[in-house]
Design a protein around this ligand. Structure first.
Ligand SMILES: C[S@@+](CC[C@H](N)C(=O)[O-])C[C@H]1O[C@@H](n2cnc3c(N)ncnc32)[C@H](O)[C@@H]1O
Length: 251
């Protein structure tokens, strides 16, 4: 059965995918030729956001839900390269990500990484397990990149954001990346329909305004919710991608 973590890994140029995953990845790419650029722009946002959080915001703890399969520049690699004392908790519900968890648990000796095998909707369990590695009385960056699109129910998606943000103190951050219908509406809808015919879990596309609602009550950092290539790009102007993102601070 084609599965998101492996299809995503295929688009990112990883090596952990099967023929069924590649077939769906290629079908989706026929509808959205820039989907590979979009996946890579999401990962590049992860790198820039984590770098900013460690270097400029003093964040040393990360809760990354919807980890994905290990590829280059996972959250712990980016964070611990900047400060080896960073502590990272990953959470995913894909058995293959679990099988690869050891590769995600290669922490620096002075920091820590942990992996929780749980559904994102089970926030109580995630927070209880995360508290074994993270000090939830000190600021944490909650990372929800490319995951809420697999929670189709808007109320459930909103509840995940609310629960996780409520559990961390003032000075914590929320990062979200999510595919949007707004860049190429017809092509995106066709690609999502193709995905939902063949791959798991089903995908839901949302609008920039939906992300802005999740950030309500938080201080959204410049440049707000934008396509991933436009979030503090390292170099010049780049084409829009289908993934939008934002980073906000809990006041
Ligand atoms: C598109 S990948 C994103 C990976 C990474 N966060 C990134 O942005 O590069 C989505 C990940 O979310 C995981 N996932 C999907 N639904 C989930 C759920 N309900 N609970 C936990 N993880 C889920 C998938 O297994 C997959 O690894």
């Amino acid at each position: 059965m084609p599965h998101t973590a492996r299809i995503w890994n295929y688009w990112l140029g990883g090596k952990d995918h099967y023929a069924a995953d590649r077939a769906v990845g290629d079908q989706v790419q026929q509808f959205l030729p820039d989907i590979v650029a979009s996946a890579r722009a999401d990962r590049a946002f992860l790198k820039r956001a984590v770098t900013h959080l460690v270097l400029d915001c003093g964040i040393r703890q990360f809760l990354d839900v919807g980890t994905g399969l290990p590829t280059a520049d996972n959250t712990h690699e980016v964070a611990q390269t900047l400060d080896p004392e960073c502590r990272i908790v990953y959470c995913d519900n894909d058995p293959l990500v679990l099988a690869h968890a050891r590769a995600l648990l290669t922490s620096t000796p002075s920091g820590a990484t942990a992996y929780i095998d749980a559904d994102a909707r089970d926030t109580g369990r995630i927070l209880a397990a995360a508290a074994e590695t993270l000090d939830l009385t000190r600021p944490v960056a909650v990372m929800l990149l490319g995951i809420l699109n697999f929670v189709g129910d808007d109320d459930q998606a909103g509840a995940i954001v609310r629960d996780l943000v409520a559990a961390v103190p003032s000075g914590s951050y929320l990062a979200v990346a999510h595919p949007t219908t707004e860049i190429k509406p017809a092509e995106s809808a066709a690609a999502a329909a193709q995905w939902n015919k063949t791959a798991t879990p089903p995908i839901t596309l949302r609008r920039k305004a939906d992300l802005e609602r999740w950030f309500e009550g938080l201080d959204l950092l410049d440049p707000g919710v934008v396509t991933c290539t436009k979030w503090r790009p390292a170099a010049g102007d780049q084409a829009d991608v289908y993934q939008v993102c934002g980073l906000a601070r809990k006041p």
